[in-house]
Ligand binder design. Structure first.
Ligand code: SF4
Length: 355
């Protein structure tokens, strides 16, 4: 039996029952694959279910306000995925009559759809005999072929794409690709792979050599920088200041409390006063501080230092941010906020209860 056949037989018997596997509707496949990028299955499930209720069709997504889409994405991270989905939905409705293109090139022309997503949607929703390469597939292939170069190097990635392509069957490509990903997620796991129950162990070089744990080879890790961020909880007439981040860049389009990076040698409370003046045109004095909030992004870590602030003068000037609003505390829950700022809101609510 071929490797593809063995994998398919195994997949049909062992696959997890996940909500997006109930249909091969291209829209549902697209939403699930966008959410699953860089994110664990267990985290995605409730987000996917809620998103499909809020935006059940591509038309509903295209017609929605981007703020509502970001709100539905709140806490899932990598917010450019949500903005790209929203933009791509408009392109699908306006340029493709509401149907996702059924070709690899057509899919790749949509905002936010790269080689992985195009391969996943193309094979699962349209049956195209094309491969996918995510972290799970990379691991399986790196072990199966005992690839000794770091898998993030471009030459290695090119080779992995080629190896993945050689395995994809002409029919059943969607199930095959999902089987490869499922094998990596549940059997060929990063630590302690279950080679004894693996359906392709007979074709696996790492299994034959007994050194699966040595693959995939990773590049040396760069140290992750850490930044302290001063945050102002500026209140005036029972309203608190929120600013919206620019559309492009980290956490683009989300709302947050104003602030900025603490400079070396600067106290955090002094930094709040400076940031509010330099970046937002407000003269403030700091009051009590809230507990610091730490958060890790992929390439950096931050610690937020929130302080209550009183306004002494000035008015909010547009600098780097896209928009600002003075909102009631009770309205904060309606705004899409980064995870660390949601934490600050909970601290504020707790303070209200305690007070
Ligand atoms: Fe992974 Fe082990 Fe299967 Fe090889 S035999 S693909 S190392 S689980």
């Amino acid at each position: 039996m071929s490797v593809a056949r063995r994998l398919l037989v195994w997949y049909r018997a062992h696959r997890r029952d996940l909500p997006w596997r109930a249909s091969s509707d291209p829209y549902a496949v697209w939403i699930s694959e966008a959410m699953l990028q860089q994110t664990q299955v267990a985290t995605v499930i409730p987000y996917y279910q809620r998103f499909m209720v809020l935006f059940p069709t591509v038309e509903a997504l295209a017609a929605a306000d981007v703020g509502a889409v970001l709100k539905a994405w709140e806490g899932l991270g990598y917010y450019s995925r949500a903005r790209n989905l929203h933009r791509a939905a408009a392109v699908v409705v306006d340029g493709h009559g509401g149907s996702l293109p059924g070709s690899l090139d057509g899919l790749k022309r949509l905002p936010g759809i790269g080689p992985y997503m195009a391969g996943a949607i193309g094979s699962i929703a349209f049956g195209l005999p094309v491969p996918v390469l995510d972290g799970n597939v990379e691991r399986v292939l790196a072990r199966r072929h005992r690839i000794g170069d770091p898998i993030k190097q471009s030459a290695t990635r090119k080779r992995l794409w080629q190896l993945a392509g050689e395995l994809v069957p002409k029919t059943g490509s969607g199930d095959f690709n999902q089987a490869m990903m499922e094998l990596g997620a549940t059997v060929c796991t990063p630590k302690n792979p279950s080679c004894d129950v693996c359906p392709v162990s007979g074709d696996c070089a790492a299994f034959a050599f007994g050194d699966a744990g040595s693959y995939p080879v990773k590049s040396a890790k760069k140290p992750v920088p850490h930044h302290d961020i001063a945050v102002g909880l500026v209140e005036k007439e029972n309203r608190i200041l929120l600013v919206r981040r620019p559309e492009k860049g980290l956490l683009g389009g989300l709302w947050e409390f104003p602030g900025g990076r603490v400079e070396g040698g600067e106290g955090v409370a002094d930094s709040v006063v400076r940031q509010l003046a330099e970046r937002f045109g407000l003269e403030v004095e700091t009051g009590t501080g809230l507990p610091p909030v730490s958060h890790a992004f992929t390439h950096r870590k931050v610690t937020l230092h929130p302080f209550h602030c009183n306004v002494l003068g000035g008015r909010v000037a547009r600098t780097y941010h896209a928009e600002h609003r003075w909102v009631r505390r009770s309205e904060l829950a309606g705004y899409p906020l980064p995870r660390a700022h949601q934490h600050i809101v909970r601290e504020l609510e707790q303070g209200d209860l305690d007070g």
